[in-house]
Ligand binder design. Structure first.
Ligand code: DGJ
Length: 730
């Protein structure tokens, strides 16, 4: 049974985990347990043992142990004795913000409800079990519905919160976080994925002390600087051993995630929309739906935790034709030409791309009216035929004649000051009254909280998509939100603008994905600035970073891989020296690193030698032969990321086929040889091993490969890389 509601206990079971809560004597919904799977009777027994917890001053109720100050709670509100970070803060019509949530009811739903206006995990019509718990304020009729859905196979529990106002009057929601997870332990490390443009999602690990650790965004987008995925784990937790909890917010705007230690040595984790710059008015009878958090737990280290996320994202977040399907191999013209191109030049690149096996040509920024640099034209989504030298449909026909698909770049959420759209509708951008406002990359952010703006952009985009055979869209977003004020909202509702902006973006994405179900959207935000589960719901791949130097990409892709499957990471072979770092890297390493992603190309192929074209054609063939393994297999990080080389490995679900890649990070001379161990194989299976195309004579057992490893002599100098293919022989 994945869900048990018995007496006062609610138990959620996945294959390897159990989550347990109970209604205590004070009628709080207490959190009891989240960890390794317990059998049902042990779970109930453990619940009873844990029924009382903590001991301090009694602020309420029958015993000190049940005080809201210390009792582990599933959810709580500001102002009534819980002094930890409280997920809910509501201001009532009388000006008070004291709220005291107690248990009302719990029911089982045999489906996962859709979260109105928000992306969320889906259950593909299969019956998944959801528990809906209702908490209610003791005095006013404010109801908080907690929804928990069990994804049994993936060891995932998703959770969201719906607030309903039945108080008879208007209230203001000042904070509605989506997750609150109290733990008996406090000896944790907190892992966040922070960075900056060109260096996204670097893993940061900090030990929890007597304080609160926070990672968050206030930029209007989840951003380059922080990612809405975090882990907290036992102190020694590594890839293969230790306890770890993950939380991924399915949301693309301002967020917060924090872990705090309490006075009594327990801890609280919370996550959700950042309450800063958030105040949402709810009239009587209205409902607020907060985004979903995807929780997972592993007692055997980060590898297993990552597999859980990769599996659930592939199977229950991605939608549409490309969810699990082979992805196109792209040639993108951005780093080949930037804004400087004609159709003739683009076609020349496409012809070379066809020779190397790319199957989709993507025309990036610069194809629309007067766009020859980044200072103008965003918002005027009309083809610049003069610049192209032909109609867009003619270029597409020529590309299609090569047997290739065609893709196009848009930046739907922004508008240049120098554009017809801005001249016609200056009130359509986010900007506070009487202020000059702030351009970013010489552009304004459109007010996506305004339905008229969403309609207008949808109209222009569909005009292009209806009239041209476009099978891929790159959806870019190149600045953060400043001057957040929407002319579509009254003065007292400006605290809703940030969230309504995100809802408007989701609305536009939903309308586009519904109207063009076969379109593949790749998200992008100045590289990987909004790489999150919210965007991945609409765009099952995301441009990982504008830093295309493979040596820097090693770190970026490493951090990204903790939550996101490699098939979501846009990765291309680019020129050497690299345009961002000027570093030279061998073609093979550029290719190997791009293969830990969607694989594609982004360089001027017309300037390559015949040898280079031949090499890239061979690389593409290799990728195609392994694309299912890379796309759907289990991904292991087989080295730490602090040493002289880094490695990763894909293993097929039946454990019979595997591919590993090792890249030398720093030159290594007169040092011990590399002996690399592998993961995920069948111990008593015999495997054939091929290193860089050279098949080793001897066969190796799975145990030997996993416990002893093999010597690798093919990498030594910085940026060398090697491939190890492992194939079962019986
Ligand atoms: C930022 C993206 O990350 C790049 O790949 C490229 O599309 C440019 N924008 C175009 O302006």
């Amino acid at each position: 049974m994945s869900v048990i509601i018995e007496e006062k206990f609610i138990i959620l079971n996945t294959k390897n985990t159990t989550y347990q809560m109970a209604v205590n004597e004070n009628n709080y919904l207490a959190h009891l347990y989240y960890g390794a799977r317990l059998d049902d009777s042990v779970a109930l027994e453990r619940g009873k043992l844990n029924y009382h917890s903590g001991a301090t001053l009694a602020y309420d109720g029958k015993s000190r142990e049940l005080s809201p100050d210390v009792c582990p709670l599933e959810y709580s509100a500001y102002g009534s004795g819980d002094f930890r970070t409280t997920p809910l803060k509501a201001r009532f019509a009388d000006g008070s913000s004291v709220c005291d949530l107690r248990f009302e009811s719990a029911k089982l739903l045999n489906k996962k409800p859709v979260l109105r206006g928000l992306p969320a995990l889906h259950d593909e019509g299969k019956v998944s079990q959801t528990v809906e718990v209702c908490l209610k304020d003791k005095i006013y009729d404010l109801r908080v519905y907690l929804l928990y859905t069990v994804f049994e196979e993936q060891d995932v529990i998703s959770r969201s919160v719906r607030v309903e106002n039945h108080t008879g009057e208007e209230i203001i929601l000042e904070s509605v976080l989506s997750a609150c997870l109290d733990n008996y332990e406090d000896e944790y490390d907190f892992i966040s994925f922070t960075g900056r443009p060109h260096f996204e999602r670097f893993l940061q690990r900090t030990s929890l002390g007597d304080f609160r650790l926070v990672t968050e965004s206030r930029r209007g987008a989840s951003g380059h600087q922080a990612n809405p995925f975090v882990i907290f784990c036992s102190r020694g937790c590594d890839e293969k051993a230790g306890e770890c909890y993950g939380a991924s917010l399915v949301y693309s705007g301002n967020f917060t995630a924090s872990l705090e230690k309490t006075q009594i040595g327990t801890s609280r984790f919370v996550m959700g929309i950042n309450p800063e710059n958030f105040a949402f008015i709810l009239k009587n009878g209205e409902v607020f739906q907060a985004p979903e958090v995807i929780h997972s737990y592993s007692r055997s280290g980060f590898s297993k935790l990552s597999h859980n996320y990769h599996n659930v994202i592939r199977q229950h977040l991605f939608r549409g034709k490309y969810a699990l399907a082979e992805r196109p191999i792209l040639i993108n013209n951005w780093e080949a030409t930037y804004f400087n191109f004609t159709a003739e030049k683009l076609l020349a690149i496409a012809k070379q791309a066809q020779k190397i096996g790319a199957d989709t040509f993507v025309l990036d920024d610069g194809w629309f009216k007067g766009r020859n640099g980044d200072a103008s034209s965003l918002g005027d989504w009309f083809v610049d035929e003069e610049k192209l030298g032909c109609k867009l449909s003619d270029l597409i026909s020529d590309v299609n004649a090569l047997g290739m698909r065609f893709g196009l770049w848009f930046e739907p959420e922004c508008v240049s000051e120098n554009s017809d759209l801005y001249r016609a509708h200056p009130e359509w951008v986010l900007n506070a009254p009487s202020r000059p406002g702030m351009l970013g990359r010489k552009q304004w952010v459109l007010d996506m909280a305004n339905g008229d703006v969403v309609d207008a952009i949808f109209g222009m985009m569909s005009d292009i998509l209806d009239n041209n055979n476009i099978e891929y869209v790159k959806w870019d977003f190149n600045r953060y939100l400043t001057d957040v004020y929407s002319t579509a909202l009254p003065a007292n509702r400006q605290g809703e603008a940030h969230h309504r902006y995100v809802l408007g973006v989701y609305d536009l994405l939903e309308r586009i994905t519904t109207r063009y179900p076969n379109l593949l959207i790749e998200g992008c935000a100045s590289g990987g600035g909004r790489f999150d589960c919210g965007m991945l719901y609409y765009s099952p791949q995301y441009w990982t970073s504008d830093n295309t130097d493979p040596m820097n990409r090693l770190d970026i892709q490493y951090g990204t891989s903790f939550c996101y499957p490699v098939i979501s990471m846009g990765a291309h072979v680019t020129a050497s020296p690299n345009h961002v770092t000027r570093r030279d890297t061998p073609i093979k390493t550029r290719s190997n690193v791009a293969m830990a992603g969607t694989y594609g190309f982004e360089l001027d192929l017309t300037t390559l030698s015949d040898d280079e074209i031949t090499t890239l054609a061979e690389e593409t063939r290799f990728y195609k032969n392994h694309s299912e393994l890379i796309r759907l297999g289990d991904y292991y990080r087989i080295t730490k990321n602090d040493g002289r080389y880094i490695g990763w490995q894909f293993v097929s679900k039946d454990k019979k086929t595997s591919l590993a890649v090792l890249v030398q990070k720093i030159t290594n001379i007169n040092y011990k040889p590399i002996i690399q161990k592998f993961e995920g194989l069948i111990p008593d299976m015999q495997y054939r091993v091929t290193v860089d195309g050279e098949c080793r004579e001897q066969l190796y057992s799975g145990t030997a490969l996993m416990e002893i490893g093999i010597g690798i002599r093919t990498i030594k100098y910085e940026a060398d890389s090697t491939r190890v293919e492992i194939e079962a022989v019986n």
